[in-house]
Design a protein. Sequence first.
Length: 84
Amino acid sequence: ARSGYSTLRVLVSPAEGDVTEEKAALVIIDVQDCFLDEGTRSGLPGSLSVGNSYPIIGVINSLKEKSCLFDLVIKTADFHPPNH
């Protein structure tokens, strides 16, 4: 793994005769305004803000734009219905 990055290996049982190869994936987990301390759509800190969290958005965006680095980009998000 490159410095500052972790490697996640997912093992899949291939069908007999399939050729397997190593793939690179970027997994972006649950990035939401509520976790940011600045730079939110409302302009206010998020309700669950984490100090110095905003700078990671630039890193995530630059990685997403370099799709040639990854075979797969996965983005997850929470969904909460109103008044949950």
